[in-house]
Write a protein that binds this ligand. Structure first.
Ligand SMILES: Cc1ncc(COP(=O)(O)O)c(C=O)c1O
Length: 477
């Protein structure tokens, strides 16, 4: 096949395939409400999925048909109304359409000349997000894959600050030979944050957690004592705005004020909790966040944009630029005044996540985001009410955000037996597949922790969740 044959064939195939997609995409999106959350037979269907590299291939049309067939039968329906595992959002219509277009245009947002629209949309969308979250407009920000990488950016900027406080540029000399960086937080710190500290040479085992109970709530007096003992040495304080087991918060305002009285970099992980700002009902939970140094937010959770999408906001552009600096003769240099997001964050080549974020904020505005958040708050309260109504279910925490912690408790069992039953029940609910919801721990206790972050979820879905949990539990006695 000569190059021109290949070009002609692919162009023709592309046209046919796009016609095919115009039929299949509406079906895929149209069945989100009805496709099962996690097909119980997925493992069997995929058992013989792996095969040697095809020599000639089956052609695009047959391949895409196969992909749709496979995913309809064995794909998880995580954006459906019955997926409450982890913290998973849906996609607004505008965000989904814009994200499909980002792929169709194959927009790359490393630097301005690759996609002037994509890069300007990123800047605009980040400015809008700062308005939504009440963060200072002069803070730079960057779009990344999610809250893990947003934490990575924020912590790398904090690490840079810490090194400079001691007179070192850690991006140049590394961490070897330097003292350990003190990191103080509560028991609510997310595993993703610890992963970032691990890979940045700070050490996940180096984190000091100050807890006043076995759930991990902050012991602020103990943290204050430790900060006083540091006697002005630079340190990092991590504030957890929204933890994953019950949707609880560290005392954001108080904790930031405490850290500010000492020589600290203050990072707020608000992956989904920062969306409290979008509703006057609960905005007080993140009051004071603007006094921090860096803030993490996720988009694919409560903003309801497609995966993957997260945002890092950092007080000081210079720190981000020094932490992520890189250069080569063929790349834009520092005299280029047009934005190069790739030079202030971890990714160089990067897709245009900005399309979806810009589109959803442009289409629905602040009001639309408030409605999504408040819809989920109402669903959460409904779920808590349903739990309280059922004799065999026990509400473990009064939800203030979007997570309901509960367990099955038929009576007559001790705590370990209840945990054991709920562990098994959690596995059985996942194996059943009608709902994607798992268990976790609240302190020592096993709990279900459905997290509601999707505009698609309706009260009747929650009613059905309660019925399914009770039905499966009854079948296990
Ligand atoms: C508080 C918090 N931080 C970080 C993360 C990691 O987010 P991602 O999976 O988007 O990287 C999560 C995910 O649930 C989270 O809830």
């Amino acid at each position: 096949m000569s190059d021109s044959d290949l070009g002609r064939e692919f162009r023709e195939e592309m046209d046919t395939l796009m016609q095919q997609l115009m039929e299949s995409i509406p079906k895929v999106v149209g069945s989100i409400d009805t496709r099962i959350a996690l097909p119980p037979e997925a493992g069997n269907i995929l058992a013989d999925f792996h095969e040697p590299l095809p020599e000639t291939g089956t052609g695009a049309q047959a391949t895409i048909e196969r992909l749709i067939e496979l995913n309809d039968k064995a794909g998880g329906n995580v954006v459906g109304p019955k997926s409450y595992h982890f913290v998973i959002g849906g996609s607004t219509p505008a965000a989904l359409a814009a994200d499909l277009l980002a792929t169709a245009y194959e927009a790359i947002t490393y630097t301005w000349v690759l996609s002037p629209t994509g890069v300007e949309m990123e800047k605009q969308a980040l400015d809008w997000l700062k308005e939504l979250f009440g963060l200072p407009q002069d803070w730079p920000g960057i779009m990344v894959t999610g809250a893990t990488m947003a934490n990575f950016v924020c912590l790398a900027s904090g690490r840079q600050w810490w090194g400079e406080q001691l007179g070192f540029d850690v991006s140049e000399i590394g961490m070897a030979g330097l003292p350990q960086m003190p990191v103080l937080t509560s028991g609510f710190v997310h595993a993703a944050t610890l992963k970032c500290l691990a890979v940045q040479g700070i050490g996940r085992g180096n984190v000091q957690k100050f807890c006043r109970d076995d759930f991990g709530r902050l012991d602020i007096a103990a943290m204050e004592k430790a900060l006083i003992e540091l006697d002005g040495k630079p340190a990092m304080v991590i504030v957890n705005a929204g933890e994953v087991n019950a949707g609880e918060f560290d005392p954001v305002n108080e904790m930031i004020d405490l850290a500010r009285r000492h020589n600290c970099w203050v990072h707020v992980d608000g992956a989904f909790g920062l969306f409290a700002k979008a509703s006057p009902r609960i905005a007080h939970l993140v009051e004071g966040v603007e006094k921090a140094d860096s803030v993490t937010v996720d988009g694919h959770k409560w903003l309801n944009v497609p995966y993957d999408s997260g945002y890092a906001f950092v007080r000081d552009h210079g720190l981000m630029a020094r932490a992520f600096r890189y250069s080569a003769d063929y790349l834009p240099d520092q005299n280029d005044t047009r934005p190069t997001p790739g030079a202030i964050g971890p990714e160089s080549s990067r897709r245009a996540r900005s399309f979806a974020v810009w589109a959803t904020l442009k289409a629905y505005g602040r009001e639309g985001q408030r409605r999504i958040v408040e819809h989920c708050l109402d669903i959460t309260q409904h779920c808590a009410k349903r739990v309280k109504e059922e004799e065999r279910l026990e509400l473990m925490n009064d939800p203030q955000l979007n997570i309901v912690s509960f367990r099955y408790n038929p009576g007559g069992l001790d705590e370990e037996e209840i945990d054991d039953f709920n562990d098994k029940l959690g596995q059985a609910v996942l194996a059943d597949g009608r709902f994607l919801v798992g268990t976790s721990k609240m302190g020592a206790r096993t709990i279900f922790r459905p997290a509601f972050s999707n505009w698609r979820t309706r009260k009747e879905d929650v009613d059905e969740l309660i019925e399914v949990v009770l039905e499966i539990a009854a079948s296990m006695h």
